[in-house]
Design a protein around this ligand. Structure first.
Ligand code: ADP
Ligand code: ADP
Length: 214
């Protein structure tokens, strides 16, 4: 039940090799973390999975049979629209009752039901990221890609958000790929960790034990 199959992927920017010969199988419902040095190609791999960029070589197969094949991404910045309220950021001002209902359900899920009519600038960093998560889930994606989503948050908020995100991903059976610089975050959240040392060297591990000294 492979959801994302990365086949011998390579990516080169001009003369800069970002990734070389990367192979990965990510299963349905699995939570995978990509950790490692800055410049190791983590964000590049995420953008390739998202289809935002094309690989220089190799391919990425996404299982479209069990899904509308929807992939959604969440970033370190919330990317909310400041002139729209929280609920409008989710519904995009749709007047359809089912859209509004779905938006409210997701606000419940991220524990922000009291904030539907607030504007983003009235929220804390953690609250804004919870809205960003809810917005990513509006289209019922099968795959959620998280690019350092908690990177700008303080330690305590970060901790709480880790638990919340993990809980939601498991409840909704999302296939999740998290990019993080934080080894503890990866160890806490992921079923499976991929350590990316540089463009050519990476290894996979099932647990936190051997990732501290890659
Ligand atoms: P990480 O996310 O692990 O920090 P990146 O995927 O951002 O790594 O970058 C991997 C390598 O590819 C780096 O050497 C980076 O400078 C290069 N790179 C990434 N994106 C681009 C781009 N758009 N143009 C040129 N080089 C890039
Ligand atoms: P992250 O911290 O998430 O890895 P980066 O700071 O590496 O992100 O990259 C941010 C943006 O800059 C990305 O869109 C990436 O494609 C681009 N980028 C990264 N490295 C380079 C580079 N050497 N040349 C041009 N663009 C780059």
């Amino acid at each position: 039940n492979t959801m994302i199959k990365v086949n011998n992927i390579g990516k080169t920017y001009n003369n800069q090799i970002a990734l070389q010969s990367v192979n990965l199988d990510i299963h349905n419902g699995e939570f995978v973390a990509l950790v490692g040095m800055s410049g190791g190609g983590k964000s590049t791999l995420l953008r390739l999975i998202a289809g935002l960029e094309k690989p220089t070589s190799g391919s990425i197969d996404i299982d479209k049979t069990k899904s509308k094949s929807l992939v959604r991404m969440m970033f370190q910045e919330d990317r909310l629209l400041p002139w729209m309220t929280v609920i409008e950021n989710l519904s995009f001002k749709s007047k359809k009752p089912e859209d509004i209902k779905h938006a409210k359900e997701l606000l419940d899920l991220v524990e922000l039901n009291d904030y539907a009519d607030h504007y983003p600038n009235q929220l804390s960093g953690g609250q804004k990221q919870r809205v960003a998560l809810a917005r990513a889930l509006m289209t019922d994606p099968e795959i959620l890609l998280l690019d350092e989503p908690l990177g700008a948050l303080d330690a305590l908020t970060r901790r709480k958000m880790q638990d919340l995100i993990l809980d939601i991903c498991k409840k909704q059976n999302l296939t999740t790929v998290l990019v993080t610089h934080d080894v503890d975050e990866a160890a806490r959240m992921a079923d499976h960790i991929v350590v990316m040392k540089d463009s050519t060297n990476y290894f996979e591990t099932d647990g936190p034990k051997d990732i501290r000294n890659p």
